[in-house]
Design a protein around this ligand. Sequence first.
Ligand SMILES: CC(C)(COP(=O)(O)OP(=O)(O)OC[C@H]1O[C@@H](n2cnc3c(N)ncnc32)[C@H](O)[C@@H]1OP(=O)(O)O)[C@@H](O)C(=O)NCCC(=O)NCCS
Length: 194
Amino acid sequence: MIIRNYTKKDEQGWLRCRILSFLNTAYFDNVLQQKETYENAAIELVAEIDGQIVGLIDVEYEATPKTVCTQQDSIGGMIWHIAVHPDYQRQGIGEALLKAVLQQAKELHIEYFEAWTRDDPWVQMWYEKYEFEKSTSYYHVYLEGNEMKNLMNASVDQFYPVTAFAHYTGKDLEQFQHVKRKHECVCYVKVFNQ
Ligand SMILES: CC(C)(COP(=O)(O)OP(=O)(O)OC[C@H]1O[C@@H](n2cnc3c(N)ncnc32)[C@H](O)[C@@H]1OP(=O)(O)O)[C@@H](O)C(=O)NCCC(=O)NCCS
């Protein structure tokens, strides 16, 4: 297995690896057709086995605190994407990607990583194994058909929303009891020991 910088010719392999790795997670329908690019500088690494992209990590980092990340007053790197192909999971590839990105991050004087993930316990276990700490959370709420009643009212005549996706930052979860799909979105932070 080789860990190396992402190049443009990796795009299809990157997209496929990401989609397959997300299939069994709360992000199953978060599909990209083009790889994300970033306003700020980023460390973009892939893991390759026999010419196939089997893992990836993207960290966009800031020059000024709190312009990309949100949780500390020091320079942060946001992990926007981390994924390992399902046929290669739990073999240390995620750990190897994290170690490689951490090494580059320290050389760039980044002081912490921030990452947001939904409520898949096994994914959270990965973050916690590698000493990320829960910092804060809010909710991702998906509404379908009747679930919209009393929660969403369109103000346009003859306009009938049938699905909605919303962020909820409050504490009154009772009002979403009838909603099937909702996820706690958790922020993890890993502060580096230099
Ligand atoms: C999270 C992810 C990147 C980890 O990569 P990985 O190469 O599989 O993980 P590693 O081999 O480095 O680490 C394994 C550890 O992660 C946790 N873990 C990973 N998969 C697990 C599973 N299916 N069940 C339980 N724990 C699991 C455990 O702590 C495990 O340690 P253990 O085997 O000693 O119990 C990978 O599983 C993945 O792609 N998940 C789906 C994509 C995703 O959710 N990304 C984050 C969205 S923000």
